[in-house]
Design a protein around this ligand. Structure first.
Ligand code: KG4
Ligand code: ZN
Length: 344
């Protein structure tokens, strides 16, 4: 099955053509970062206007780069949530029109399931069914979740953040340090020359009585206190003019985020023998290194999403439709954007 995927949930306009849920024939991503960086975060109105402007050319480029013709497409897949309502609607409207025009089925896909599946797009990856059960870590700008995956329709949320997502912690920390936006990649790079033990920042553990519903508080995350700890630190220890201490402050801050993620993964793994990562923050080089150390220590397998598919992309969306996972038929043609769609 050849699927054209469309993704417009946040600040990337993306389209991809994927064969049989595995072979990525093309993947085009137009990033809007340059439009939002002056504001230090994503501005929803700017995002949706930019999606409207570029989505036709991004889709045309994806079809043309796949080497196929429009008539070769068997289905259209689109993200219907979670994300920014006005951004999601652009992709959904375009996908519905294309499905009608080409007279092929539409698939509506949960963006978070896309991040869970993205590791399986690696050329040498084992297939999804063989991999189950596994622990999925999704760490992005909007989400931080640990999910036990037994099958596409059998996922259990084990832990999640109760406030900021890991990516937000990176972005807000970088803003406090005056490093720019988005903070993740800048912090990743700056931390490489710093000492991660320079400051001991809190790792956001929740008390055993924290109100997290049926979840185990020890598998949940809280990053808002970390950001406040950094603010207090900077207030009492102003950065010197030559900024020589910045790499070590950054490395310590990053280590607190990563320490929180790695310790929760270790606990959540239980008897599971495979850890699968996805989302923009899973690009982080120190996180990748620490997760590999964890995998070696626990003698488990680790599947990290290839860098090209860590951030938002449409290949993961098209691939899920190719695996027959998502909503299709009349339900998809009448679907609306679901900004708060949950992982399970
Ligand atoms: O998955 P993504 O592209 O979009 C969402 O669905 O949110 O993730 C974007 C997030 C941003 O917060 C960005 O700072 C973070 O991923 N990020 C990183 C790195 N690259 C991107 N965080 C840490 N280290 C990185 N190398
Ligand atoms: Zn995402």
């Amino acid at each position: 099955m050849i699927v054209l995927g469309i993704e417009s949930s946040c600040d990337e306009t993306a389209a991809a053509v994927v064969k049989d849920g595995r072979d990525v024939l093309s993947s085009v991503i137009f990033s809007q970062i340059h439009l939002h960086s002056p504001y230090g975060g994503v501005v929803p109105e700017i995002a949706s206007r930019s999606h409207v402007e570029v989505v036709p050319s991004v889709i045309e480029e994806a079809v043309s780069k796949s080497g196929l013709e429009w008539r070769d497409l068997d289905a259209i897949a689109v993200t219907y949530g979670p994300g920014l309502a006005s951004s999601l609607l652009v992709g959904i409207s375009m996908a519905k029109s294309l499905a009608l025009r080409l007279n092929i089925p539409l698939w509506a896909i949960n963006h978070l399931h896309g991040h869970i599946y993205s590791a399986f797009l690696a050329p040498n990856a084992i297939n999804f069914t063989t991999a189950c059960p596994f622990l999925s870590l999704v760490v992005s700008g909007g989400h931080t979740c640990l999910v036990r995956v037994d099958d596409f329709d059998e996922m259990k949320l084990l832990g999640q953040t109760v406030d900021d997502a890991a990516g937000e912690a990176f972005d807000k920390g970088a803003t406090l340090l005056g490093l720019g936006y988005p903070g993740g990649p800048i912090i990743d790079k700056t931390a490489r020359t710093g000492d991660p033990k320079f400051i001991k920042f809190p790792q956001g553990r929740l008390s055993a009585k924290a109100p997290v519903g049926s979840l185990d508080p020890s598998l949940c995350f809280s990053f808002s206190g970390l950001k406040t700890a950094l603010r207090y630190y900077l207030e009492s220890n102003p950065i010197s003019d030559d900024r020589h201490e910045v790499p070590s402050i950054v490395a310590s801050y990053q280590e607190a985020i990563i320490g929180a993620i790695v310790s929760r993964c270790e606990k959540a793994l239980g008897e599971m023998k495979l850890l699968v990562t996805g989302g923009g923050v899973s690009l982080n080089s120190r996180l990748r290194e620490r997760l590999q150390e964890l995998a070696d220590k626990k003698d488990i397998k680790l599947m990290q999403t290839p860098p090209a598919y860590c951030g938002d992309n449409a290949a993961m969306i098209a691939a899920l439709a190719g695996m027959n996972h998502g909503i299709t038929g009349n339900a998809a043609m009448s679907i609306d954007a679901e900004p708060s769609l949950r992982i399970v």
